[in-house]
Design a protein around this ligand. Structure first.
Ligand code: UD1
Length: 432
């Protein structure tokens, strides 16, 4: 299928969108299912490229992955292969999370170098330290990471930064380790908690304590479990913004309000009006949107994956806005693509719009000042990553002439059927 979309300037986008479980949760649940000899089922799974990649990885090492509608079943075959093939190098962030489960299953593991979006150095040093603390011998080589351990054992672990991935490595490795693991500095993102709940259903002993502390008492074995994923807060926010940017009105079903508290308040400060029920959230902006100063943060702060649609929304707000990215040092690399579409954005190394962050005395370009209201123009743009890709569609929707967006697989890696969702809201799109 073609990797390019032609996007026409849009009338106000209106309608209903149902979001499924998130890319950032479903793939981790699939890895958790590696920890038992029994089948596990994940429902409300999105149809996203990352599920296809993770499915292929699991099948390559001996798991059966069944898919039917929104349901994914993971079941081990007769033997589990400890090496994830190098063919999966650089495709996403999932292989690093497989190290712990593979060690439990086979005593050894190799995973190829991880990829994901080019939004910072994205090192894996925390993951490596976690596994070493739990007693694994780990070697980082040019092609990937090898690890070995006859049995992992509980440890006290302090994360230097509340990393989502490293917290997940602790969860996925400590649940079957011998003895108690105490993690301090844990990430508390909803997708992390969702994974912990799934592991608890599998029989894991996990305590989520205050102050970013997680205590895990290792158990000898886990059983299969099933769960229904909660709706994706990134998709929900992105489509609410799609309505606001085009002066339309989108109603998003399937994402609990408590996953969007900071997002809703931020948009409300800019002048958006919300109707919220137990089933759906609707945003509209009867008057011109106001500018804002926003810094991204760990949960429950303003999520770093929300800043790309917000950036385009800022270009349509009346005045100067400021965005300060504090989670990934290089997450503004997509700005040139938006500038080529007429977005008036200037980037800075200084910490603007919020407290000084970890990157304040580095060369990281991580703040932006955005002028609105800008007249956007259609352009031929190559998408750099999943979230930035979605924001380019939003810019194309409010541009003065058609745009050609290349690299649509980035969007399809993380958003459920985006072509159909956008079309249902009234955006005129053509593949090719
Ligand atoms: C996950 C999400 C991503 C989201 C991010 C933060 C997935 C697949 N991706 O990414 O969409 O934006 O959480 O909510 O779930 N770090 C290190 N060393 C490490 C690991 C991380 O220095 O070993 C740093 C990173 O460079 C970054 C920060 O920690 O600056 C946060 O990264 P992390 O929370 O680990 O993000 P991911 O799990 O990769």
């Amino acid at each position: 299928m073609t990797d390019t979309w032609q996007v026409e300037p849009s009338e106000p986008l209106r309608g209903d969108i149902r979001v499924r479980g998130s890319k950032n949760a479903v793939t981790k649940h699939m890895v958790a299912a590696m920890l038992t000899g029994m089948p596990s089922t994940i429902r409300n799974a999105p149809e996203v490229g990352d599920v296809d990649i993770t499915t292929a990885m699991l099948e390559s090492i001996g798991y059966h992955v069944g898919r039917s509608g929104d349901e994914i079943t993971v079941e081990p075959g007769t033997s589990v292969e400890p090496r994830v093939p190098e063919a999966f190098t650089g495709l996403n962030r999932i292989p690093i999370l497989m190290l712990g489960p593979l060690l439990h299953r086979t005593g050894e593991a190799f995973v190829p170098l991880v990829g994901g979006d080019p939004i910072g150095r994205r090192p894996v040093d925390f993951h490596v330290s976690v596994l070493q603390a739990l007693g694994a011998e780990v070697e980082v080589g040019p092609a990937g990471i090898s690890a070995r351990a006859t049995r992992l054992h509980g440890a006290r672990i302090d994360l230097p930064y509340p990393s989502v991935g490293a917290t997940e490595t602790v969860l996925l490795s400590a649940v079957l380790a011998e003895g108690k693991t105490v993690l301090r500095g844990a990430a508390t993102e909803p997708e992390v908690v969702e994974l912990a709940l799934f592991l608890q259903r599998m029989g894991a002993h996990i305590e989520l304590s205050p102050d970013r502390r997680i205590v895990i008492e290792g158990v000898p074995r886990l059983r299969g479990a099933s769960t229904t994923l909660a709706g994706d807060r990134i998709e929900a926010f992105s489509y609410l913004v799609a309505g606001l940017i085009t002066a339309g009105e989108v109603r998003v079903h399937g994402c609990p309000q408590d996953r969007l508290v900071t997002a809703i308040t931020t948009l409300a400060r800019m002048g958006a009006q919300f109707d919220i029920t137990d089933d759906w959230i609707r945003a509209s902006a009867p008057d011109a949107l106001r500018p804002a100063a926003v810094h991204t943060d760990t949960h429950p702060g303003f999520m770093t994956d929300w800043q790309q649609p917000l950036m385009v929304l800022f270009t349509q707000a009346d005045g100067m806005s400021v965005l300060h990215e504090t989670v990934f040092e290089n997450r503004l690399v997509y700005v040139p693509a938006l500038q080529s579409m007429g977005c008036e954005i200037e980037v800075f190394r200084a910490c603007l719009g919020g407290p000084a962050c970890r990157f304040h005395d580095t060369n990281a370009t991580h703040s932006a000042v955005i002028r609105g209201v800008s007249k956007l123009r259609g352009a031929d743009v190559t998408l750099p990553d999943v979230r930035a890709g979605f924001s380019a569609v939003l810019a194309a929707a409010v541009a003065d002439r058609p745009s050609t967006l290349r690299g649509i697989h980035h969007i399809e890696r993380g958003y459920h059927r985006p072509f159909d969702q956008f079309t249902s809201l009234g955006l005129t799109l053509r593949r090719g």
